[in-house]
Design a protein around this ligand. Sequence first.
Ligand code: FMN
Ligand code: SF4
Length: 469
Amino acid sequence: MNNQPREGRELPASAKNGDPIFQPLVFRNLRVKNRIFRSNISGKFDGDDGSLSQTRVNWETLFARGGAGAIISSYVPVLIAGRIIAGYATIHDDAFIEAWRVVGESVHRYGAKYILQLSHSGRQMDLPGIHNQRRRSLSSTDRAESLHGFLCRRMTKTDIRRTVDAFAQGARRAREAGLDGVELHGANGYLITQFLSSGINDRDDVYGGPLSNRARFLLDIIRAIRTEVGDDYHVQVKISAVDHNNVIPWEGKGNSLEDTIRVCRWCEAAGADAIHVSMGSLFPHPLNPPGDFDFETITATYDAMIYAGVNTFRNYLIFRYRALRPIFRWIWFRMKQLYPVEGVGADAARAIREAVSIPVICTGGFQDAALVRCYLADGWLDGVSMARSLIANPDLPLVWAQGHDLPERPCTFCNKCLLNAPKNLLGCYELDRFDGDWDRMVAEIHKIYETKPVLRIPEDPGPVGGVAL
Ligand SMILES: Cc1cc2nc3c(=O)[nH]c(=O)nc-3n(C[C@H](O)[C@H](O)[C@H](O)COP(=O)(O)O)c2cc1C
Ligand code: SF4
């Protein structure tokens, strides 16, 4: 393993000199106090118009208070048409800058940094909401999304230009809001993946065909952001190390690790400050988040999606009826034996880290400090990002700092939080972690939603039709 210092980034101290998890990570434009990143977690916190709620502020603050060095936001669309679910906050409008400032300031109070994930769904959605439900969403292709069957249309050059600019404006708003950086969601099947992936992109213009053309959309976005925010603002890219797009058996394999390594090098050359490594060219994917798939939970929530895509009714029947479930189980889990749950992307992250000189953060199945310490000390990664382990135990970093490698009630990677997310409140739904006490579980989930907002009487816009009765 390569554990030699490299220019431009601070290597983890060896275990002898202190715990590498709690060494600061210095990026070109950002310093994070430790190696723990709260990975992106979307949930229904916000307004239907993309406005932010107190619940979101409470949620993000929870992890800053728990000791994470940086919070990477949920999926934040740069355009309303790029939403995956109505009720997720957006950054498509200058009017939201002040609210994002509140989120950032609340997180900063605990010495944590806040990185906003700039996103566009393209053809991959969950619940399109009234804004998007009767439209074909934008994509690199005309082919419907492979899991739920969302319909889409191939973007024109004008669409591409407008969308690139929307990403740049999103970065400008994040900077104006005092946030510490942005992340481009180039992973897991959303719009940027739809251009990158050879399993999805079937264009024959300068944005399709060879890898250099498929990467053009992402690289255009990075350059446009640099033009808009300058060279001294943190910009990182979340990317799928391996697509495994053929998880849907009739789809092409998509990009290999070698392809992704080349894209990461180009991202660095275009001005990216860090790479955040994930897996899989759709979301969810058996390798992201890795772990279980609970048919009872999906049956209880997927009904909300029945009319959303052309495959959703078929999928609902497969999830609902026990006799049909083995079909999905075979499709979903046949790749599982290729990777461990814990550190699912670590090997790939190491290969990417070898090829670039900017820091590499890795996501997927981290929870045990002993394992994380080894990866850091041996130079596989520069930082880990965690979602589910922190949903289960938001103060896990403090638990680690106290010398315990695992929390008392660890996350089981059951994925019930994920499968509940489109329809229900966000939180841990693993009943065993609450000794089978449903009420205790619900009370825990509810904590961040108990905002008790101060209500106000709306401003009077004046008499209707100029007539006051
Ligand atoms: C409920 C839930 C919501 C998520 N939302 C996002 C998201 O908005 N953007 C994103 O890039 N990844 C999202 N992810 C993926 C996580 O950020 C993370 O990369 C993945 O779960 C693997 O890490 P983990 O094993 O620590 O959970 C989500 C995961 C979960 C469980
Ligand atoms: S529901 Fe709880 S235990 Fe299950 S994966 Fe989510 S956070 Fe972990």
